[in-house]
Design a protein around this ligand. Structure first.
Ligand code: NAD
Ligand code: DAU
Length: 352
């Protein structure tokens, strides 16, 4: 049994679905179900006796202790977080509460549980912390990609809160010996991503005939990784990673935001012809403190474990567009009143 936190969110749900499809081992899935968590993403597991869902906050020590005692997992994989940079600019408090205080509470629960385990379970236990490349800050145009020893320089409340959580995880290994593993990954895209993030937002707006809001000059660069490839990398790190180590995950798919949006418009035009989606592009006010470029050097995980992404940016993007076109009911369900309030606040400055 493994325990996944945040398994009703984008990457967590993909991870749980892939895990149950590929492995026999049960999962207990702890998620608070914030606006970003959606049980509809896990509908395929409705009758799966190997998936146990618990609605709880990772900061709720009593409930987490009870879940650990009842299910006795061999590993905890922590996806739970507030994850959207723009939201962290409008309201940083939730990011401090979940990403820092929540991770601290989860680490304390994990430490108490792990300390109580008999051998060999104690030696085999792992705490995997899912983090981001944003902790390293912004890269110059010609600089090498972030590697595991790049100094931390977070620039947004989101990345600062993730950096703090990474430091706590590191300290729990160094001080208490908790067998932790940390992954720092680049931008993910794929099925089940909440349509506040660049790629699903652009797909949804393009189909609806709405403006495609590109921040600033559109030349900020991200390194895009298909979510299924990220999930495979996490499984590899869980199985083979050295306790205390960190692993950077990315796919050498650097694109400017404008390139991403133009590629999306091309893919959409192939699937849904008849409209010039590119004409919907609209340049809007830049994100405050907007990091210019991220890029990952993933040679450590590649050299040590042979992990390499299977999807190219173009193949992954086509799969993603097809998924969104086929899942309008999922989209409608997540685009609730709260979603419209956020879109209005972020793009017009006014709550809806
Ligand atoms: P997401 O926002 O889609 O999902 C987060 C999930 O965590 C939601 O289901 C939410 O309900 C849950 N959650 C939030 N607060 C919680 C709490 N206090 N207790 C329990 N559950 C809580 O995020 P995502 O994009 O799936 O990201 C997952 C993890 O991966 C995050 O830690 C993020 O920092 C990291 N990450 C994301 C990306 C990316 O491109 N999306 C890239 C690298 C790393
Ligand atoms: O790098 C990993 C990170 O990637 C993760 O840690 C975060 O959880 C995840 O949200 C993502 O952060 P970004 O800020 O890079 O992703 P986002 O999809 O919000 O934006 C991608 C780029 O697109 C960024 O340069 C901002 C720009 N953008 C975004 C939105 C929502 C726009 O130009 N217009 C938009 O409307």
């Amino acid at each position: 049994m493994i325990l996944v936190t945040g398994g009703a969110g984008f990457i967590g749900a993909n991870f749980v679905l892939d895990w149950r499809a590929e492995l026999d081992e049960p999962v207990v899935n702890v998620d608070k179900l914030t606006y970003a968590g959606n049980l509809g993403s896990l509908a395929a597991l409705k009758d799966d006796p190997g998936h146990h869902f618990v609605r709880a906050d990772i900061g709720d020590r009593e409930t987490i202790d009870a879940v650990l005692a009842a299910h006795r997992p061999r590993a905890i994989i922590n996806f739970a977080a507030e994850s959207h940079v723009d939201r962290s600019i409008h309201g940083p408090a939730a990011f401090i509460d979940t990403n820092i205080v929540g991770t601290f509470a989860l680490l304390e629960a994990a430490r108490a549980y792990w300390s109580s385990l008999p051998e060999p379970e104690r030696s085999r236990f792992r705490f995997v912390h899912i983090s981001t490349d944003e902790v390293y800050g912004s890269l110059a145009p010609d600089a090498d990609g972030f590697c595991e020893t790049t100094p931390y320089a977070p620039n947004s409340p989101y990345s600062a809160s993730k950096a703090a959580s990474d430091h706590l995880v590191r300290a729990y290994h160094h001080t208490y010996g908790l067998p932790t593993l940390t992954t720092n990954c680049s931008n993910n895209y794929g099925p089940l991503q909440f349509p506040e993030k660049l790629i699903p937002l652009m797909i949804v707006n393009a189909i609806a005939g709405k403006p495609l809001p590109v921040y600033g000059d559109g030349k900020n660069v991200r390194d895009w990784l298909y979510v299924g490839d990220h999930c495979a990398a996490i499984r590899t790190v869980l199985a083979r990673g050295a306790p205390g180590a960190t692993y950077n995950i990315g796919s050498n798919a650097e694109r400017t935001n404008l390139e991403v949006v133009h590629t999306l418009c091309r893919v959409l035009a192939e699937q849904r012809p008849g409209r010039d989606y590119g004409a919907q592009i609209s340049f809007v006010r830049d994100r405050p403190g907007h990091d210019r470029r991220y890029a990952i050097d993933a040679s450590k995980i590649h050299n040590e474990f042979g992990w390499t992404p299977r999807e190219t940016f173009e193949s992954g993007l086509t799969r993603t567009v097809l998924w969104y076109l086929d899942h309008t009911a999922w989209l409608q369900a997540v685009s609730s009143g709260e979603y419209h309030k956020w879109i209005s606040l972020n793009y017009t400055g006014e709550p809806a």
